[in-house]
Design a binder for this molecule. Sequence first.
Ligand code: IDP
Ligand code: MG
Length: 139
Amino acid sequence: MITNRTFTMLKPDSVEKGNIGAILEKINAAGFRIVAMKLTHMTKRDAEAFYAIHNERPFFDELVEYMTRGPIVAAILEKDNAVEDFRALIGATNPEEAAEGTIRKLYAASIGENAVHGSDSNENAAIEGAFHFSGREMF
Ligand code: IDP
Ligand code: MG
């Protein structure tokens, strides 16, 4: 199993605000290689499945509404220690608690609209990457 990969989404707010380029710049500068990438629009069903682990949480409907309101950029990234290093690069879920210079500190508006997703484990990185990409789309 490949364990040096993670999965990310530049969420609808990042696309709406024209922040795709700036965020990719940070990702490149941090040494991640792009394995797969596309602009895509999640359906309600997609978002409910992707975030199924949160379906009992009070913010679930809001999260699905947010993630489906416009296109996202989905990508698989490769680097030594990818999952942990990418979580460090994006910062805390709540941008008010995110460290200076992190993507969420720079580009997130709130705990709900927080600019980017990053997988939380190698196992979830593989599951989430496979949710969005076929093997033929990974390079
Ligand atoms: P993570 O994205 O930092 O891993 P999770 O706890 O896995 O954070 O939550 C998934 C997503 O759900 C968050 O990125 C955010 O968009 C949304 N979310 C998390 N907590 C809240 C909340 O308290 N209110 C609204 N949305 C939330
Ligand atoms: Mg999470």
